[in-house]
Ligand binder design. Sequence first.
Ligand SMILES: Nc1ncnc2c1ncn2[C@@H]1O[C@H](COP(=O)(O)OP(=O)(O)OP(=O)(O)O)[C@@H](O)[C@H]1O
Ligand SMILES: [Mg+2]
Length: 254
Amino acid sequence: MTMFRADAVDVRYGGVHALKGVSLDIAAGQLVGLIGPNGAGKTTFIDAVTGFTPAGGRVVLDGADLSAQPAHRRARRGLARTWQSGELFDDLTVAENLAVSAQHPSWLAALGQTAGRRPRPDDVVAECLDRLDLGGLADSPAHAISQGQRKLVGVARALAARPRLICLDEPAAGLDTTESAKLGRHLRAVADRGTALLLVDHDMGLVLGICDHVVVLEFGAVIAAGPPAHVRQDPAVLSAYLGADDQSRRAAGR
Ligand SMILES: Nc1ncnc2c1ncn2[C@@H]1O[C@H](COP(=O)(O)OP(=O)(O)OP(=O)(O)O)[C@@H](O)[C@H]1O
Ligand SMILES: [Mg+2]
């Protein structure tokens, strides 16, 4: 059974047909890239599957149809996301930023903790910081850390909710090459430990370097999909990026 399936996801914003029936499958622990020129519909796809914008089509996670569920229920079922703006709670420490996601306020979760089945929030926070090499920053205020560290904290915060899938909206934006490579190693490690990732980014080196499978959007529709080596040479992809901005062209190596 495919862990996550988006089937014919369709979004209209007034007269703009932002997503035209996009389908995409993700297996447990798979790292899938979603790329495409500015305005192709990448953020809209994340908004649609996580329940932040109304959409047609179906979203299925672990066999459960979540299409009619609001965002908070989808999150509780295991669909996490980060935001293109990379926002953190600036007045909180790094550890507190994660603790906000790690809390499970329901009586059932509390019972699970008492019975020892569900790890305590403090343990989850420590483990997620450790997995992204952020342990040394636990007590730093979020406003005092670097842009690269903020991106990693954003991923760690999503991970602290112990999701099945994290949708990442441009986590490498604003990072230099070294920081982006470090982020890539951490993302690969997160996927290899079983949490699936959907990676939206304009950094082609990052996406093509670490993803198992890449889907390319243009004008709200899938124009190519496959392993990175295949997508890199796809004529439709090359031509989509010829119309893109200089940064995307350089990133694509042309
Ligand atoms: N809330 C909205 N209302 C109206 N139109 C929108 C809205 N959000 C996005 N759009 C339009 O939908 C299309 C897809 O936008 P989207 O933000 O999903 O693209 P993107 O691929 O994430 O682009 P970028 O790489 O610039 O982040 C664009 O034409 C955009 O102008
Ligand atoms: Mg976007």
